[in-house]
Structure formats: C-alpha cells, structure tokens
Design a protein around this ligand. Sequence first.
Ligand SMILES: [Zn+2]
Length: 285
Amino acid sequence: MYHALSQTGCTILPVNDFRRVPENVAILRDMRATVLLAMPSELYPMVDHMEAHRLHFPDVELIVTGGEPLPEQLRDRLNGVFGPAVKFGSTFQTADLGTIGYQCEHCAPSEYHVHEEIQYVQVEEVDGEPELVVTNLDRFLMPALRLRSGDRAAFVDDGQPCACGRTSRRLALLGRTGAVVKIGGEKVPTAGILRLPVAIGVNEHRVRIEITRSASGRDRLTVRSDEILEQGRENAALSHLLAEPKLAQMVREGRCDRIRFEGSSDACRNPPGSGKNRVLVDLRT
Ligand SMILES: [Zn+2]
C-alpha cells in the first residue's frame, strides 16, 4: 500500500510508535496532514489526548483504517476531534492473505471491492456459516490456496457494476465465524458480551472482560474497568451481560461463578500481542 501511495506523489509521514502521542499530534498539526492511515486500536491514545486538550484538526479529510473493524464508538469520537465532515475508508487485509479489498465512496461501512487482480475470492458454506475462502493470484514463493479467512461474508453486487463505475465484485463482511466462547461447558454467543462498553456508554478501550478458572475449577467472568466502578455502573453492566440467555443460564445454574467487577489492570491498558483492542480475553489454560 505504501508503495502504491508513493507513486501518487503524496507525502507519507511514517509514525513509528503510536504511543508517543504528543509528538504524533504535533506532527499532524505542523505538517497539516490530510489523511490518516491506521489500525483502529492505534487511534485511541491520540483521540484520548485530543479530547483531553480540546484539540480539533479540521485539515484531516479522510481516515483509512484496516486490520480490524472500526468500532462505532471510536468513529463518533474521531468525528468529534476531526469534524463531522471527515470521511472514512477501510482496507480489508489479513496477515496470511494480504490485502483483499478496498472501499470506494459508495461502499457501506463493512462492504469492500475485491482486488480481483491479486485475489480469487469465494464464499462457501462451512459448518453452516458462509465463510470467505481466498486464493492469492500473484504470489510466487508462498501463495495461500483456498485459505479460510475466518470471516462470514456475502457478495452484495448482484452482478451489477458499483455506482462508482467499477465492475469488480463487492463483498460484505458479516462478522467472524464461530463467534462463541465456551463457558460452563456450553457455547455462549459473544456478540452481546462484546457490545457491553457501547451498551452502557463507557470507553471500549478501557474495558476488559476476562475469562479465568476459579480455584474450584469453575469458569469465571471478571469485568475490569475503572470507569464502571467509578460511575457505579455495575448493575447496568450486569443486566446487559445477563441479557445473553445462555450466559444467564450458566450463572443461574452455578455452572460458572457470579460475574465480578474489578479495577482495570495494567494488562488492560497494554493489551498483549498485536495491540488490537480485545474486549473479551480468554485466560484459561
Ligand atoms: Zn464502488
């Protein structure tokens, strides 16, 4: 992508460390950057800083994200600091497969044009779910052949060209496959659990729900969030979580511990691995 951008004649300012927030914000301001390219998780520290210092940069016109979905809450906050007119775009890529899709101005938030010249994309029924299966067309050394991406997807073009004029196929991403977690020996859907921060209006980057095993061997859910404790939102959070019937059943039948609330840990502030935002973390071994 950077190679392609360099061909357009634009100036690229690589940010080595997204945690050096004041420095990055100063660069953004002094160079009057017009486009941001980032993984959503990397934008939280900057938005926190800009909100705290009431900074607004109207020069930024477009924010392109990739690597993970852009949460609605973060999108609203970005609109707050960069203005309501800022546009959003997204690239769809995975570590194994490379870049699979891109968005034009007519694509809905989870829709992508397929890079048909470099990827052969199929949607197949796997375990009852429509899963994306991708083959690299241009890799010589280690191409991926019919690799399942783990995304539920559907074609949305009906064989018609897009309003932008491009004729490439268009995909809608519908979420990850197998979005369940085993708690108390049963499969519990995670969609409702993951919506907790948005549902009760707390910062999703400061909430972590951990699944551990108690000394007696029962599964245990611990919600770590200073914000929930400070605002006394435990009951609201509990009601939201127990609205998931399977989880409520596990708690009621004592097949998992009662849900606990604790303060944020350092681990919560510094998520492991790639730095992606993880609301739900399974720490059972
Ligand atoms: Zn289009």
